[in-house]
Design a protein around this ligand. Structure first.
Ligand code: ADP
Ligand code: MG
Length: 347
């Protein structure tokens, strides 16, 4: 039995089924990410687990105990939200101490635990500051400290970094992961950002319209998407219809399948490389766009446009309009079923 179990959880708001038979387990000490587009039910699932929302059907088990009808205050679950939820009229120290005071912990123990939590999130020196004088990142670290100081059984983080600048965000991703592993804290992290999910997670649960589309380690989900939705949400796959794949390679796609190809698996060169393990195709550069350390080409061949990512080494290799040769490794052409998920959301 897993540490947390969602058993066929259904949540409806009126006629709107927001969670449609969610059924999975989370192992103790894991960081599991709920990844999916806005509105797919991620926050609702967290709210059901924390007790802020009642499920319509199904059960939630925590550490062997059915908590489906246990009040929120008795679940021992910590939560951090996207919007900073610190008390504005309290200092950092007072905010972090608040939960411990509610638990009637002795003052000297509170002082020690608060100091440890502040050190852990690297806010030493800000103990007496009020939230308004802190940056977004500092406020989120204070909120994190406040939620871990009470030693919850489970930590829920609902898009805690989405309002924070890219650079600081990456630093906080690592810090949260380190703290989570240090404390062995079973954590559910919600994000709509695939890169964030890749960096943070032991397991990704990919959500789509109130259902789990795919679950697995970041590498599994990234390299082996089970559906068109998964391939379009993770890894920025080129998704070719059967006719496009045939035009490009001369080969048929599996019946009822599209073909998904990751941009970084395709090689580009000035000369045709003989390679039995790849489809070698002549193409034209439509455009090239530097994206940090990656240079992304859009190429065209036989009327089909597709993307190729290469490492950007201080200059770009090919100009727009230039003729090039691409090698598409055959084993990187993933034949995946045409989206059944769209049919089921329409139904
Ligand atoms: P996500 O966190 O993945 O963006 P949410 O769980 O917040 O998605 O919302 C999923 C769906 O449930 C949305 O369509 C949203 O409008 C709806 N929803 C969420 N909370 C309520 C509520 N309290 N009442 C009615 N509908 C809600
Ligand atoms: Mg949400």
């Amino acid at each position: 039995m897993s540490y947390i179990e969602f058993k066929n959880v259904v949540k409806r708001f009126g006629d709107n089924t927001v969670l449609d038979h969610i059924d999975f387990g989370i192992e103790k000490g894991d960081l599991v990410t709920l990844l999916g587009p806005s509105g797919c039910g991620k926050s609702t699932l967290l709210r059901c687990l924390s007790g802020l929302e009642q499920v319509s059907e199904g059960q939630i088990i925590l550490n062997g105990r059915d908590i489906t009808d246990v009040p929120a205050s008795k679940r021992n679950i910590g939560m951090v939200f996207q919007q900073y939820s610190l008390f504005p009229n309290m200092t950092v120290e007072q905010n972090i101490a608040f939960g411990l005071k509610m638990q009637k912990v002795a003052p000297d123990v509170i002082e020690k635990k608060v100091a440890e939590a502040i050190a852990m999130v690297e806010l030493t020196g800000k103990e007496r500051s009020y939230p308004a004088s802190l940056s977004g990142g500092q406020q989120q670290r204070a909120a994190l400290a406040r939620s871990i100081v009470t030693e919850p059984d489970v930590l829920l983080l609902d898009e805690p970094l989405s309002a924070i600048d890219a650079k600081l965000r990456r630093a906080l991703q690592s810090r949260i992961r380190e703290i989570q592993q240090e404390l062995g804290l079973t954590t559910i992290f919600v994000t709509h950002d695939q890169d964030e999910a890749m960096v943070m997670s032991d397991v990704i649960q990919l959500f789509h319209a109130g259902r789990i589309e795919q679950a697995g380690s970041p590498v599994q989900v990234y390299t082996n998407p089970v559906s068109e939705f998964a391939a379009s949400f993770i890894g920025s796959y080129n998704i070719l219809r059967a006719d496009e794949f045939r035009a490009l390679t001369g080969e048929a796609a599996d019946d009822g399948h599209v073909v998904a190809i990751r941009p970084e698996t395709i090689g580009v060169s000035a000369d045709p490389l003989a390679d039995d393990a790849a489809y070698v195709v002549e193409a034209t550069v439509v455009r090239n766009v530097p994206r940090g350390n990656v240079l992304r080409y859009t190429l065209e061949a036989s009327g089909v446009e597709f993307r190729v990512d290469t490492l950007f080494r201080s200059f770009h290799l090919f100009d727009d309009g230039e003729r090039v040769f691409v090698a598409i490794p055959k084993h990187d052409c993933l034949h995946i079923p045409v989206e059944a998920a769209f049919a089921r959301t329409a139904a």
